[in-house]
Write a protein that binds this ligand. Structure first.
Ligand code: TRP
Length: 454
């Protein structure tokens, strides 16, 4: 089976060397693997949260698309698209918004940081905070869940967002009793070099210390490299490669042999000016052919448009049927048949009626228990326990939140509840798969209500 790997790029800037080494290059390498099904998209709805400058967004979308294509992304292999070409994403955002807890969103780092800044400045906590910023994690969850991505390569600052996407996916699955969404995992590339910028801090637009990848051509590349901060050691004096941003950047482009030679050069007193020239030439060797392709794309935006339209078509071939299922599950259905009142899985139990566990002794003198729904239907019959204390302890575990890691396995027409890999209880057999699915939702609700009771 292929692993679906999905990542988004917010379209507010123009790619720099740090983006290339940290995101673009590893993503493209991964996309060439046979066991990877890659989805890369431009998060232009997210860009609107950060910027209302239309021409900046337009330019950034074009530059980012051209950069990824020039860096070797193969649109026949990768599903490469714009978020704003996929109407299913905002639709799913709304479905997820309706189950997202406000408390969870209050804890999102970006929102919290904005609130903290306001408090520090003695302002209203929400001054200048848009609902867009607040909802950022839900939109991102929709990006991921709409395509059932398994892995999401992101920087460390985004881990919390992936956890929220998992939380929302899990919540939806649970509420509706079926695995509608794959729960994604963050993929943090430990080996990928974090590139230092001109001043030695992480290369980042927010520090204004970046070296452009393509923009400005080789002239700007060289000029930026010449501005990398070094210490004041003169030519002839030995340099310390391990404390040099210049050396770290070199290593991100060069082979081991080249890196060793450069290290020796620095230790032997290579002047910083010459070292910068060596670095520039090494980077230019990799970048020059890509830049040629970048410039060709930039001169022909219509070619990029065609590629992205085709990407949107491929992406929607997945998202459209998925959203059709979700709409149906939520009750947004065509009005053809009379609704079945009992079919609603998460229906609130009648006032005062709750699911309950009942213990009994079977004919062999062993101890067992049953779980009944609030409506009195039998949901589970436990295996038999020789020791009544063991039966009691198991009931206690079932009452703990999430039923203490219970897993429900389906078996033909029935289901088995397992804890720690041991079968603990069985459901009755149901008429068909649909009835079993419905019973699963009931069972999950009952376990939830049980956990909420005390
Ligand atoms: N928030 C991400 C960032 O700033 C960009 C992004 C938007 C994204 N949607 C996504 C990344 C979905 C991964 C998956 O880097």
């Amino acid at each position: 089976m292929q692993t679906r790997v999905l990542t988004g790029i917010t379209t507010t800037g123009t790619p720099h060397l740090g983006n290339y080494v940290g995101a673009i290059r590893p993503a493209i390498v991964a996309s060439r693997r046979d066991d990877v099904d890659a989805f890369f998209f431009m998060a232009d709805y997210h860009a609107l949260i950060k910027s209302d400058d239309a021409s900046r967004i337009e330019r950034s979308r074009l530059e980012i698309a051209a950069s990824w294509l020039a860096a070797g992304l193969d649109p026949a292999r990768v599903t490469f698209y714009r978020q704003s070409d996929i109407p299913e994403i905002p639709e799913l955002t709304w479905f997820l918004t309706c189950i997202a807890s406000k408390g969870m969103l209050n804890r999102a780092h970006a929102y919290k940081a904005a609130v903290d800044r306001n408090l520090e400045a003695g302002e209203d906590p929400d001054a200048g905070v848009t609902a867009g910023l607040y909802m950022y994690p839900v939109l991102m969850a929709a990006d991921i869940l709409a395509f059932d991505a398994h892995q999401v390569p992101v920087g460390r600052d985004q881990i919390q967002h992936i956890e929220m996407a998992r939380d929302l996916g899990q919540r939806f699955n649970h509420l509706h009793g079926r695995d509608f969404f794959v729960l994604p995992e963050a993929l943090i590339e430990e080996q990928v070099a974090m590139l230092p910028g001109l001043d030695g801090r992480k290369m980042s637009k927010s520090y204004d210390n970046t070296i452009p990848l393509f923009a400005g051509g080789k002239k700007q590349l060289r000029e930026a490299i010449m501005r990398i901060v070094t210490d004041s050691r003169a030519p002839g004096e030995p340099k310390d490669p391990d404390n040099s941003a210049l050396f770290t950047i070199f290593r991100a482009f060069a082979s081991d042999t080249e890196t060793e030679a450069f290290r020796r050069g620095l230790l032997d007193g290579l002047g910083w000016g010459e070292a910068k020239q060596v670095l520039y030439e090494r980077i230019e060797t990799d970048v020059a052919p890509m830049r040629e392709s970048y410039e060709a794309f930039m001169a022909n935006p219509a070619a990029i448009e065609t590629i992205l339209q085709e990407g949107a078509r491929k992406a929607r071939a997945i998202a459209t049927p998925k959203l059709a299922i979700l709409r149906d599950v939520l009750g947004l259905r065509a009005m053809r048949t009379a609704p079945t009142p009992a079919a609603r899985s998460g229906a609130a139990p009648k006032q005062g009626r709750v699911p309950r566990l009942a213990s009994f002794r079977d004919a062999d003198g062993n101890f067992r228990f049953r779980l009944f729904s609030a409506e009195g239907e039998e949901l589970l019959l436990s295996v038999s326990f020789a020791d009544p204390k063991a039966a009691g302890a198991m009931q206690k575990r079932l009452k703990s939140p999430g039923a203490a890691g219970a897993v429900v396995q389906t078996r033909a027409l029935g289901m088995v509840l397992e804890i720690d890999g041991e079968a603990v209880a069985n459901t009755p057999d149901y008429r068909d798969e649909a009835a079993r699915e419905q019973a699963l939702a009931q069972l999950r609700d009952a376990l939830d209500q049980l956990a909420a009771q005390d």
